[in-house]
Design a protein around this ligand. Structure first.
Ligand code: GLV
Length: 338
């Protein structure tokens, strides 16, 4: 029977598309360790995983029957996509499902960081609030401010829609010209003009530490930085130093370079709101993400890779060791990619 390694316990409705396959699940709630993943890889045709599972070249090499990896996430920097492609393994993900939930959270971080909500709430809970004060807990205005979006994919555009309701001027930067209003070709110029920066680029070699000490200096002491994309797009040590030395007004972070550890300098940084990677964490969105990733895995296993939202550029080449011997039936004819 075709075996699918499911690295986390998922709700029943999410697994429905995989009915009829043998599901290999972890014994506990915390999924597989890297070593357990390697041990489990050899017998499976599919892996349904989450973004904290590292699907390395070694895992792919250890799984000669593997045909598809389904990532319950839109980002896929946890998967060695080049190794997957070379081995004829299809990688599917969940774009379009979590845009609005993540944009809600990004906008919440914009508001919370600009208005100093983290420090203010901690102070109140600790009994440090001595009463209303004209000069107490002063933040930065969000309404009417200039928002700079680094990256302009679906999530960034969803943040831009929210910003328009706050009368913000919205600028964006991407490497290639979007041709859309607010496009700023030069990242440095975007950083210089924006009051608030929100990061929305995938993590790749090209975006590693895209926002470092030099970029933070361009932002200046009144600016706020929000990151709901991937932690290592920002140089966390440089960010922590800028916050501690009052060279940046505040930061709102949902992602970290070495999750679940958080740079100690950020944990102690002032005017910083820190969340545990919950951008897409609403019950409805997470259920839909799991379901869509499971559907993508099922589609590839049924030779309907064109029905899945694929990360990999190519389908397994005909005759590759990943090709299913099963014949296509009429309802399994490949269709246009979504
Ligand atoms: C969340 O970070 C995702 O990539 O889905």
């Amino acid at each position: 029977m075709t075996a699918v390694l499911v690295t986390r316990r998922l709700p029943e409705p999410a697994l429905a598309p995989l009915a009829g396959y043998e599901l290999r699940l972890p014994s506990g709630e915390n999924g597989f360790t890297a070593a357990e993943l390697l041990d489990a890889a050899p017998g499976v045709e599919a892996i349904l995983c989450v973004l904290s599972d590292q699907i390395t070249a070694a895992v792919i090499a250890a799984a000669p029957r593997l045909r598809v990896v389904g990532n319950i996430a839109v980002g896929y920097d946890n998967i060695d996509v080049a190794a997957a492609e070379a081995a004829g393994v299809v990688v599917v993900n969940t774009p379009g499902i979590l845009d609005e939930a993540t944009a809600d959270l990004a906008f919440m971080l914009i508001l919370a960081a600009a208005r100093g909500c983290g420090d203010a709430e901690r102070d109140l809970r600790a009994g440090g609030w001595t009463g209303w004060s004209l000069n107490g807990y002063l933040g930065r205005d969000v309404h009417g401010a200039t928002l700079g979006l680094v990256g302009y994919g679906r999530i960034a555009r969803a943040v831009a829609r929210r910003a328009s309701g706050f009368d913000m001027t919205v600028l964006h930067h991407t490497r290639t010209d979007t041709g859309m209003p607010g496009y700023v070709p030069d990242l440095d110029e975007l950083l210089t003009r924006a009051d608030i920066i929100s990061v929305h680029v995938p993590y790749t070699a090209a975006t590693h530490h895209l926002i470092g000490a030099r970029e933070l200096a361009l932002l200046g002491p009144e600016a706020v930085l929000v990151n709901t994309a991937r932690g290592a797009v920002v140089d966390e040590a440089a960010l922590a130093a800028a916050l501690h030395e009052n060279r940046l007004f505040g930061a709102g972070l949902d992602v970290y370079a070495n999750e679940p550890s958080v740079h100690p300098g950020l944990l102690s940084a002032p005017r910083t709101v820190l969340l545990p990677h919950i951008g897409s964490a609403t019950a409805r969105t997470r259920m839909r993400m799991a379901r869509v990733a499971a559907e993508g895995v099922a589609a590839v296993l049924a030779n309907r890779a064109h029905d899945a939202t694929r990360v990999t550029a190519v389908d397994p080449p005909a005759g590759s060791r990943r090709e299913s011997p099963a014949k296509l039936t009429d309802d399994q004819e490949p269709r246009e990619a979504r």
